[in-house]
Design a protein around this ligand. Structure first.
Ligand SMILES: *Cc1c(COP(=O)(O)O)cnc(C)c1O
Length: 404
């Protein structure tokens, strides 16, 4: 009888990976009754996070999205403004632009980093400058942990006087010439959502060297209470602070960040060793002088049948109870942003990120994934790829059911 999907143990894309120390910090929060959106774990988490990233300060908040919202608010983004954003990213990079009544201006990816194209950014800012309306801010993303071309992108933004918010939600631990992602822009933001490289179940961090602004961020994140005992408010605020209990989880998770990056990079290497040699398969590149945290291993396929093969891979992986995902659907193709402007990498040519979306996918990449689990994923992918040459290397029923 043919094997059914649930005969296989589920392999997740990027499940939480606890270290064991989380429980101790949680118990401490309970023992001292700091079950609040402030407290000693918050202070310690912010301090150790700033120290790890090398930024002067950090403010723990309820999500990465909240951190982007606060950063754009502090940069003065408001109704009628535009904000530069990569098209190839998760919707949370752009939603806060809408919260503020502003419009995103989408920039294509470039082939070597899959991140924001400096040449498309240059054209966009040149046009905006000529029209007399420069964007209020630029959000730059390091997708799947891979660093964007920060030298070029920062130079262009600086030249036009456009402040940068680095969306490092996926790239904690990634470096560019030795410097941590999230520390190049005026603000950097991180996410501790359940699927990120470290997690607090949900949460985020805003980092900056501008300590005055971080103070304002904390103020806005706690309902913007003026310095008066009688609850006085002069500006609109939010309820965006992280809980002290969750910050305890974050402290234990952050202690493991280097091991987590190392483990994800090993996962990436195993995929690359097994499949990188096959014709038409290429993995997300890593820019010279940078270290990607390899949050998710992402690959793309070449050839006319690439899109069909990707569909086939996703179908076969799901059949084997393995979670995989297409690459992010570009935001300029989303109904939500149908009105937004988009600048392709090369003027007049089809966009790089649309092609990546059509031909790529993300593989299970958890830092606790076993070799046996990974071999199961690889066997399914080899099976699909072998159909390309009409040569079946691994009959699907021969793929092992569970980790031995
Ligand atoms: C996860 C993610 C976010 C949002 O973080 P949350 O903590 O889920 O709000 C923002 N940008 C990118 C690129 C992300 O992957």
């Amino acid at each position: 009888m043919a094997l059914q999907k649930h005969d296989f143990e589920r392999i997740y894309l990027s499940p939480p990976h606890m270290s064991g120390n989380e429980q101790g910090y949680i118990a401490e929060a309970f023992a001292t009754n700091w079950i609040a959106p402030l407290g000693p774990h918050i202070d310690a988490f912010e301090e150790s996070f700033a120290a790890y990233t090398g930024s002067k300060g950090a403010a723990a908040v309820s999500s990465g999205t909240a951190a982007i919202h606060l950063a754009l608010t502090l940069l003065g983004v408001g109704p009628g403004d535009t904000v530069v954003c990569p098209s190839f990213t998760f919707v949370a990079s752009a939603n806060p632009v809408l919260y503020l009544g502003a419009k995103p201006l989408f920039i294509d990816s470039e082939p070597e980093t899959w991140n924001m194209s400096p040449s498309a950014l240059e054209r966009a800012l040149k046009d905006a400058s000529a029209a007399g309306k420069l964007p209020k801010a630029a959000v730059i993303v390091h997708l799947y942990g891979g660093m964007a071309r920060m030298d070029e992108l920062m130079e262009i933004c600086d030249r036009y006087g456009v402040p940068v918010v680095e969306d490092a939600a996926e790239s904690l631990g990634s470096t560019y010439q030795g410097r941590q992602s999230g520390t190049f822009g005026h603000y950097g933001i991180f996410s501790f959502n359940g699927n990120k490289i470290i997690t607090t179940s949900g949460g985020g961090m805003l980092v900056s060297d501008d300590l005055d602004s971080l103070k304002k961020a904390r103020f806005l994140a706690t309902q913007a209470r003026d310095a008066a005992v009688h609850y006085q408010h002069s500006v609109m605020g939010h309820n965006y602070r992280m809980s002290n209990v969750l910050a305890g989880i974050g402290r234990a998770q952050l202690e493991q960040i280097e091991q987590r990056v190392a483990a994800r990079r090993v996962v990436f290497s195993r995929y690359e060793d097994a499949l990188g040699g096959l014709s038409g398969v290429s993995f997300m590149p890593e820019l010279n002088g940078t270290r990607s945290n390899r949050w998710l291993t992402a690959l793309s396929l070449e050839g006319e049948d690439a899109s069909t093969l990707v569909q086939d891979m996703l179908f076969r992986l799901e059949e084997a109870n393995i979670e995989a995902r297409p690459l992010w659907k570009p935001l300029h193709l989303q109904p939500l942003f149908s009105e937004a402007l988009f600048y392709p990498h090369v003027e007049g040519e089809s966009s790089v990120c649309e092609e990546l979306f059509r031909t790529g996918l993300c593989l299970p990449s958890g830092s606790a994934m076993s070799v046996e689990q990974q071999e199961r994923v690889i066997a399914v992918l080899e099976h699909v790829l072998s159909s390309r040459s009409g040569r079946l290397v691994t009959p699907l029923h021969a793929i092992p059911k569970t980790s031995a």
